[in-house]
Design a protein around this ligand. Structure first.
Ligand code: URA
Length: 224
């Protein structure tokens, strides 16, 4: 992803790629991923079959890998990952922010997104008016969207600050699900931030637009 095939061929000619300490002389040389040590321009190249990125999506950016008019989440990460074809495993509305995964591993994305897997997603949701206990229970247990009953959700009041902030955990990801859940109780969503997917929380060190690779042990926490 970091270089084109042509650039790599040139680097091989120039002796800028080494395997196990010796320059490679042919572009058809074979390497053993995970065993051989590959250096490009003196920097170790770590081969991995797939990449997994956590990104704090800023407002105004779309959850897609390309878009004609708008900046996408794939435009934010390094070009080497964009060139690998990473795509968002899940969606956040353009006016929502927070945790989104980018990957080139289709099976992983499927496991995160499949409604059968019930991977919980946690959001901080600010609404314009407080929920009564009855409204909260109604949203948590009784809602029908698109003609289907939603899986139970959990709503916890956090604080009142320029609106009413709740922690909301849902177990599926229907189109505009939280906005529609709140609207069913006559509430308007003022802001929406995803803070956790499965067992993995958004790294608090990542500002909006910040991203980093997901470590192997973190990957295991997502789906237990
Ligand atoms: N629910 C919504 O309504 N919007 C999002 O972006 C995510 C969940």
């Amino acid at each position: 992803g970091r270089f084109t095939r042509n650039e790599i061929a040139k680097k091989i000619k120039a002796g800028e790629i080494a395997v196990n300490g010796s320059p490679v002389l042919s572009a058809s040389a074979k390497v053993e991923a995970g065993t051989d040590k590959i250096f490009i321009d003196g920097r170790e190249f770590i081969y991995s079959r797939f990449v997994y990125i956590m990104l704090n999506k800023p407002l105004g950016v779309v959850s897609a890998s390309s878009d004609r008019n708008c900046k996408t989440v794939a435009d934010i990460v390094d070009i080497e990952y964009k060139n690998r074809g990473v795509f968002p495993a899940g969606r956040l509305d353009k006016d929502s922010e927070g945790l989104i995964f980018l990957t080139d591993d289709g099976d992983f994305a499927h496991r995160i997104l499949s409604p059968k897997k019930h991977v919980p997603k946690t959001y901080e949701v600010k609404i314009n008016a407080p929920l009564t206990d009855g409204e909260r229970r109604f949203i948590e247990n009784g809602l029908v969207l698109d003609g289907k009953k939603l899986l139970p959700s959990e709503i916890t009041f956090i604080a009142e600050e320029n609106g009413f902030l709740y922690d909301v955990v849902i177990n599926e990801g229907k189109y505009h699900q939280i906005k529609r859940m709140m609207s069913a109780a006559g509430k308007e969503v003022l802001s929406l931030k995803r803070v956790k997917i499965g067992g993995l929380a958004l790294d608090p060190a990542l500002p909006p637009g910040g991203w980093r690779l997901i470590a192997d042990d973190e990957l295991k926490q997502i789906i237990k």
